[in-house]
Design a binder for this molecule. Structure first.
Ligand SMILES: O=P(O)(O)OC[C@H]1O[C@H](O[C@H]2O[C@H](CO)[C@@H](O)[C@H](O)[C@H]2O)[C@H](O)[C@@H](O)[C@@H]1O
Ligand SMILES: O=c1ccn([C@@H]2O[C@H](COP(=O)(O)OP(=O)(O)O)[C@@H](O)[C@H]2O)c(=O)[nH]1
Length: 459
C-alpha cells in the first residue's frame, strides 16, 4: 500500500498555534495519526514572499510529515476569504443572499490551486495515494493532472453539496463541476450530498452511469459515494472522564442545580446561533416556571473574522445576548452566557460531560462533529440530551436525538422543554442507540472505507 498524502487548506501543525477550531483539522489529525503519511496545506500564515519563491516548511511529528506553505495577502484574500468563504461557503450552505461574487476572486482561487499543485507535485512518489479535502480545493486534481500526475486522487467534501438550482446561481458552476470530475473518487458526508452532485452534472452534460456509483462525464470516469465522517469515541470518553482542572472545579460549583444547556461552534452564520437565541427566548416565555432553573452557555470562537458576514453575525449575537439577559436576568440568575472564545478541545469534552443538554441547531452543516463529541463525552448511566437540527449531516445517523427544524422557534423551544423534563430511562435509551452508531461509524472507519475504495479504484 503506497504512502498516504493528505491535502487540505487547513492543517493541524504540531505546535497547535495556528490550528483553528474546525472539524476538518480535528478529523484529519485523528485519521493521519493512525495511518501516518504526508500532510500538505496552508500553515495559517501570511507571507510577503510570493508563493512560487517561498520554500516549503517541512516538519516531522511521529508518523506524520507536514509540508506547509504560507499565502500572500492577495492570494489569501482572493482564494480563502473571497472565493472559498464569500462564494462557495454561503452558496453550499444555501445562503445565496450572502454570496458576493467577483471574477477576480475566481481567478485567484484557480491560481492558488495551481500554485499548491505545483508545490506538491515534486514531493509525490509514484505509488502515493493522494486524498484532497474540501471546498477550497475543488480544482486541485485537475491542476495536479496538468503536471502529469498519475497517482489516484480522491476528494472529500466536508460541507453540504447544494441542490442543483442553488449551485446554478454561481457563475462558474459548470466549470467547477467539470474540474471536479478530474478526481478518481468523490466522497460526500451524506447520500443526499452525493446525489445532489450527480444530479447537478446530469443537468449540465451527458452523464453515463457505468454502474452504481461510477460515472462518466466531460471525458472523465469518476466514482461517487457517501462516507460520513466520525469521531474516536474512546479517546473522547477518556478526555471527558479525566480529572477536572482546578479552574473547572469552580465552574462545576457555579453550575449549581440548574439544567445546563451547552452549544459550541465556530461563530458562523450557518450554525444558526441567532435563531437559537430566539428559540431559547421563546422557551423562557412559554415556561416562566423554568426561569432560574436553566442556564444556556454558548461558546462561539471567532472564525473568518475578516469576512463581512462573519463580522455582522458577531455584532448581532452581542446585541441579542445582552437583550435576552437584560430582559429575563435577575440579581441571582443569568439566563445566557455568551463566550466569544476558543476552548481547548480537551477542556470542551469535560464541559460536555457536565452539561445536561446540547443544543446544536445549524441551519445547514456538512456533518457537525460537536454533536457526536457531545454524545461520546456523556456518562452512559446518566447522559445528557442532544437536540439536533435536521439539516446537519449528523442527523442522518443520529435519529434518536430530538431532531428539530432550526427555523421553527416553537419546535426548538418545545424540544428544550422536553429535554429538561426527560426521564433518565429515556435519556439512557436514546444515548445507547446513538452510541452504537458512533462506535461503528468511527473516524477510523471513515478513513478506511474511503481509502479502501480509492486503492481499489487505482488497481
Ligand atoms: O478552516 P476554517 O476556515 O477556520 O474553518 C474550519 C473548518 O470548517 C468547516 O468544517 C467542516 O468539516 C467538518 C468535519 O468534516 C464538518 O463536521 C462540518 O460540518 C464542516 O463545516 C470546513 O469544511 C473546513 O474546511 C474548515 O477547516
Ligand atoms: O472552541 C472550540 C470550538 C470547537 N472546537 C472543535 O472544533 C470542531 C468543530 O467541528 P464541527 O464539525 O462541529 O464544525 P466545523 O467548525 O468544522 O464547521 C470540533 O471538533 C470541536 O470540538 C474546539 O476545539 N474549540
Amino acid at each position: 500500500m503506497g504512502r498516504l498524502v493528505v491535502v487540505s487548506n487547513r492543517i493541524a501543525l504540531p505546535d497547535h498555534s495556528k490550528n483553528g477550531a474546525g472539524g476538518l483539522a480535528v478529523g484529519l489529525l485523528d485519521a493521519l495519526q493512525e495511518q501516518g503519511g504526508l500532510w500538505f496545506g496552508w500553515n495559517g500564515e501570511i507571507s510577503k514572499i510570493t508563493g512560487e519563491e517561498e520554500p516549503l516548511q517541512i516538519e516531522q511529528d511521529k508518523n506524520i510529515t507536514y509540508a506547509a506553505c504560507s499565502l500572500t495577502q492577495n492570494d489569501y484574500d482572493l482564494y480563502y476569504s473571497q472565493f472559498s468563504n464569500t462564494v462557495i461557503w454561503p452558496a453550499f450552505h444555501y445562503r445565496l443572499d450572502l454570496v458576493e461574487y467577483q471574477r477576480e476572486a475566481w481567478e485567484g482561487y484557480l491560481h492558488v490551486n495551481q500554485l499548491l499543485a505545483a508545490k506538491l507535485f515534486p514531493l509525490l512518489k509514484q505509488d502515493d495515494v493522494v486524498w484532497v479535502h474540501d471546498y477550497h480545493l475543488l480544482p486541485f486534481a485537475a491542476a495536479l493532472r496538468e503536471h502529469d500526475s498519475q497517482q489516484p486522487i480522491g476528494f472529500f467534501l466536508h460541507i453540504p453539496f447544494p441542490a442543483p438550482e442553488v449551485l446554478m446561481a454561481l457563475p462558474d458552476y459548470q466549470e467547477i463541476l467539470r474540474l471536479m470530475t478530474a478526481y478518481s473518487l468523490l466522497g460526500f458526508q451524506t447520500e443526499r450530498d452525493a446525489k445532489a452532485f450527480v444530479s447537478a452534472i446530469a443537468h449540465e452534460t451527458e452523464l453515463v452511469t457505468v454502474e452504481q456509483g461510477v460515472y462518466q462525464a466531460y471525458g472523465n470516469t469518476f466514482h461517487v459515494h457517501d462516507y460520513p465522517i466520525g469521531i474516536d469515541p474512546d479517546s473522547i470518553r477518556k478526555l471527558a472522564e479525566g480529572p477536572l482542572p482546578p479552574k473547572m472545579q469552580a465552574i462545576r460549583q457555579g453550575l449549581g442545580d440548574a439544567k445546563n444547556i451547552i452549544a459550541c461552534e465556530r461563530l458562523d452564520y450557518s450554525k444558526g446561533i441567532p435563531e437559537r437565541f430566539l428559540a431559547y427566548e421563546s422557551f423562557l416565555e412559554k415556561h416562566p416556571e423554568q426561569r432560574g432553573n436553566v442556564r444556556y452557555t454558548q461558546i462561539a470562537p471567532t472564525s473568518r473574522g475578516e469576512v463581512q458576514a462573519y463580522q455582522a453575525i458577531r455584532h448581532q449575537l452581542e446585541t441579542e445576548a445582552g437583550r435576552i439577559n437584560g430582559k429575563y436576568g435577575t440579581m441571582s440568575w443569568t439566563p445566557l452566557y455568551y463566550l466569544n472564545q476558543h476552548f481547548d478541545r480537551r477542556l470542551l469534552m469535560k464541559i460536555f460531560r457536565l452539561t445536561d443538554i446540547a443544543l446544536i441547531t445549524p441551519l445547514r452543516d456538512g456533518m457537525n462533529l460537536v454533536a457526536k463529541e457531545y454524545l461520546a463525552a456523556q456518562d452512559p448511566v446518566n447522559p445528557g440530551v442532544l437536540i439536533l437540527s435536521k439539516f446537519a449531516g449528523a442527523a442522518c445517523e443520529l435519529t434518536d436525538a430530538l431532531l428539530v427544524n432550526p427555523y421553527d422557534r416553537d419546535e426548538v423551544a418545545n424540544a428544550i422543554y422536553k429535554a429538561t423534563t426527560m426521564t433518565q430511562e429515556e435519556r439512557v435509551r436514546r444515548h445507547a442507540v446513538m452510541m452504537n452508531v458512533l462506535s461503528y461509524q468511527t473516524i477510523t472507519r471513515w478513513r478506511e472505507t474511503f481509502l479502501d475504495d480509492l486503492y481499489e479504484i487505482s488497481k
